[in-house]
Design a protein around this ligand. Structure first.
Ligand code: F6P
Length: 325
């Protein structure tokens, strides 16, 4: 392998920049040429790439977002789009690619790599959703959870001052990972997740029990993908059933994706970027580098995708319920 490319794709995640930095510098240290692709797979199709050097990634460890930009690219799902990308890659003499992203990114990488196996592909799990098999943590999850915690702590202050009940929606279309961790960290009275149905009657009962136990505020964290009908609908159904003075709704939205990466995500990004380039040099392809039990582990992209559903830790859910009585 002599020339590699790096791209970020799908939803951005804090920690992508430290990872890009690690990829670029590890490649150059090993005498490889390295090219940055702008806007994910779209940049491959549009030939939007540039040569990177050690200074291209100076002072980016602390930056949120991604200096390479990102996109959710529909044309890459078509045969023509993939072919166009392949032709551009070949014309540049690139023989390996590091793709940083989530399940959509890996699905594209795997399809591409099966069709054009002469280009080695290495995935790095970069998504705030923490929902890829083969890595206990994905890039951005720690920072996003801390951002959510900071916001909910502030909401708790005002909820408590007014004796209010808040429904707070956090990100996670298919994953309750942020909701569960933030719920435990903020002492949420209830946590609603896509992986587990919650009966509205049970929710009302537990909120009533909280009032009976002299709680002056309550917080219900609802993951975006929860199937109860959305935060506003939930608030309406609970209104009048629980004698709080008032019920309020907050959707945290995209603020959860921004911000300077935490120490954890900077180190994770550095380790995974370093490992991804070393894996390409070792001749590996169609794999994802991850962290399990604090060790780097390679998982096939196939496995990372097919096993990818976030496994809800029932013990954490149960603990959270007990600790918030
Ligand atoms: O996959 C990361 C994520 O932030 C999800 O939690 C969320 O459902 C989705 O991306 C939002 O995507 P977009 O930024 O394209 O609206």
């Amino acid at each position: 392998i002599s020339k590699i490319a790096v791209l970020t794709s799908g939803g951005d995640a804090p920690g992508m920049n430290p990872c890009i930095r690690a990829v670029v510098r590890t490649a150059i240290y090993n005498k490889l040429e390295v090219v940055g692709i702008r806007q994910g797979y779209q940049g491959l199709i549009d030939n939007n790439m540039y040569d990177m050097n050690t200074r291209s990634v100076s002072n980016i460890l602390n930056l949120g977002g991604t200096i390479l930009k990102t996109a959710r690219c529909l044309p890459f799902r078509t045969d023509e789009g993939m072919e166009q990308a392949y032709n551009n890659i070949k014309a540049q003499g690139i023989d390996g690619i590091v793709v940083i992203g989530g399940d959509g990114t890996f699905t594209g990488a795997l399809r591409f790599s099966k069709r054009f196996p002469d280009i080695a592909v290495m995935g790095v799990p970069g998504t705030i959703d923490n929902d890829l098999y083969g890595s206990t943590y994905t890039l951005g999850f720690d920072t996003a959870t801390n951002t959510v915690i900071e916001a909910i702590d502030k909401i708790r202050d005002t909820a408590d001052a007014h004796d209010r009940l808040f429904f707070i929606e956090v990100m996670g279309r298919d994953s309750g990972a942020i909701a569960l961790r933030a719920g435990i960290s903020c002492g949420a009275e209830a946590i609603l997740l896509p992986e587990r149905a919650t009966a509205i009657d049970d929710l009302i009962e537990s909120l009533k029990a909280g009032q009976f136990n002299k709680k002056s505020s309550s917080i219900v964290i609802v993951a975006e993908g929860d199937k109860s009908g959305g935060v506003y609908d939930l608030a309406e159904r609970v209104r009048g059933q629980v004698k709080f003075y008032d019920i309020k709704v907050t959707i945290l939205g995209h603020l959860q994706r921004g911000g300077s990466p935490s120490a954890f995500d900077r180190i994770l990004g550095s380790r995974l970027g370093f490992a991804a380039v070393n894996a390409l040099i070792a001749g590996k392809s169609q794999m994802m580098v991850g962290l399990e039990a604090n060790h780097i582990k390679l998982t096939t992209l196939e496995e990372a995708l097919t096993q990818h559903q976030f496994k809800l830790e029932d013990d954490l859910m149960q603990m959270s319920e007990i600790l918030s009585i």
